[in-house]
Design a binder for this molecule. Structure first.
Ligand SMILES: [Zn+2]
Length: 506
């Protein structure tokens, strides 16, 4: 086994990937390195930035150095793990490559690549369904053949998943690839979808691939490298990223931040304290040559990526990945659209999220989207399917969730308790968002008493409360302060005294 999961949070995981050059911690990003010319020397990527894994292009090496090319580590001057892409990207962009799937597999072994990629056929972002189907067929055929051409079993091989935005094709491709002898699966063709900022579709694609692939194999999101979207992809289960964005953006005078990209010549002040920015002013970028500026920007951009990867990994360890994703996704409406799409995948997140709570503090709820968190889904699911009311508690009294936590220490709870001190049959439960219905005897368990919410009384609790009343078999149900199907509304406890019937205090 070359990949081992150490920690989880949501669908995200911290893992170790073992290659013949050493052990790498994931999630991580591999900077894309041009084998011929680079803004930042590959050795510097390792020594100054801590990247032990880079990706370069076997097809370009083949074209530039010919069939007799040397070891890729020598060519690039990088002694860490090197993944080589196969030229499939060139196939997508230029419509053809001057090699064959067999040649490029054998060539990657020859140049001692540590992780190879087969010459798959990318679906791209604009294919018709019929075209997409063809790319999936071709990719699977090449994948099966490629396994037969492989000779060096110390090398890892990546089997890309194609199908693009056609989720049924993507799922089929992932299922077949997952049964073949590959160690890593890149998710192909997201580049154009990301360029359109269509993060909702990207979420669909990642979840579809993850569900169909074996969980013990790392998923690599091809071409994703902007720090603002990494955490969302990690939360869905992506382990590896590669990106040339740091260098491409630099060439174009663009300065990355955790929340977006700015033009460096429009900045008055540098909002960063990386080793590049700490000793410079924004105007310093205008005073250097174009080439120097590119080098400075590429380095700054990489520092931003490194910082984001570190804080993502740390938030997985802390169990705060959700908060991290939520704050990043609020930096762009389209990204927020991606986050909202998670509403449809609550079950998937819940399934992958560890049940053991390792949070050092409570959960934060900002709005309805925060309610996609697996803790909410899990709680509501369990209350609906497994909870039975305590024996003898035949009368339900729903009171609003108080601000104080645990709820049983609240003023309202004490008041109700006092009011019904002689009634064993009254069951006090709290209603409200985000958790729906919280029976008082559960209110001190995590996370019911450890959360902060800005949601107020939304709408979602109603469905939970109505379901609760309909299925838990109370003789009578009352609700304080709201209208609700299946319950009698009371507006104050005092009103109960005047009501004939079950709930008059005895
Ligand atoms: Zn900086």
């Amino acid at each position: 086994m070359c990949f081992e999961v150490k920690e989880r949070d949501l669908g995200g995981r911290i893992g170790t990937l073992r290659t013949r050059r050493g052990v790498l911690e994931t999630p991580t990003l591999m900077p894309v390195v041009n084998p011929v010319k680079n803004t930042i020397r590959p050795a510097e990527l390792k020594d100054d930035f801590g990247f032990h894994l880079i990706i370069t292009n076997a097809y370009i090496i083949l074209k530039h150095y010919g069939k007799e090319a040397r070891d890729v580590h020598e060519i690039t001057g990088f002694d860490g793990t090197i993944m080589t892409d196969s030229g499939a990207y060139q196939l997508l962009i230029y419509g053809g490559v001057d090699t064959t799937p067999e040649e490029i597999v054998r060539f990657q072994e020859r140049i001692r690549s540590d992780i190879g990629v087969i010459l798959d056929v990318p679906t791209g972002g604009f294919a018709t369904k019929q075209e997409a189907e063809q790319t999936v067929k071709e990719t699977i055929r090449t994948a099966k053949e490629s396994i037969l051409w492989r000779e060096d079993d110390t090398m890892l091989w990546a089997g890309p998943v194609q199908g693009g935005r056609y989720l049924d094709l993507l799922e089929f491709c992932a299922r077949v690839m997952g049964e073949l002898d590959f160690q890593i699966h890149p998710l192909g063709s997201p580049t154009q979808i990301m360029e359109e900022y269509d993060y909702a579709t990207l979420v669909d694609m990642i979840v579809t691939a993850k569900r169909a692939l074996p969980p013990e194999r790392p998923l690599h999101l091809f071409g994703a490298g902007h720090p603002m979207m990494l955490s969302l992809a990690v939360a869905l289960g992506c382990d590896l990223f590669d990106s040339a964005a740091y260098a491409l953006f630099a060439k174009d005078g663009r300065y990355m931040t955790q929340s977006g990209t700015m033009r460096v010549d429009e900045l008055e002040e540098l909002p960063c304290s990386c080793p590049i920015c700490a000793k410079r002013d924004a105007e310093d970028f205008a005073e250097v040559t174009k080439e120097e500026r590119e080098g400075l920007l590429a380095r700054h951009n990489l520092y931003v990526v490194v910082e984001e990867l570190r804080s993502i990994r740390e938030s997985i360890r802390e169990g705060t990945l959700w908060e991290h994703v939520e704050s990043r996704c609020r930096t762009h409406p389209k990204l927020y659209g991606g986050l909202k799409r998670l509403l449809e995948y609550r079950e998937y997140l819940e399934l992958n999220d560890p049940v053991v709570n390792k949070m050092v503090r409570g959960l934060f709820f900002y709005d309805e989207v925060s309610m996609c968190r697996p803790e909410v889904y899990r709680y509501k699911e369990r209350i609906a399917s497994r909870y039975s009311r305590p024996k003898g508690k035949d009368i339900l009294l729903l009171v609003p969730m108080p601000e104080e936590k645990p709820f049983t220490k609240s003023k309202i709870f004490k008041l109700v308790k006092e009011f019904f001190k002689n009634r064993e049959d009254v069951h006090v439960c709290f209603y409200g968002d985000p958790f729906g219905v919280v029976p008082s005897e559960l209110s001190e368990t995590f996370p019911l008493s450890q959360f902060e919410s800005a949601i107020g009384l939304g709408k979602a609790w109603r469905e939970s409360a109505e379901g609760f009343i309909a299925t838990k078999g109370y003789k009578e149900a009352f609700i304080l302060g709201q209208e609700l199907k299946g319950a009698k509304t009371i507006n104050s406890l005092e009103e109960l005294k005047r009501l004939p019937g079950l709930l008059s205090p005895q």
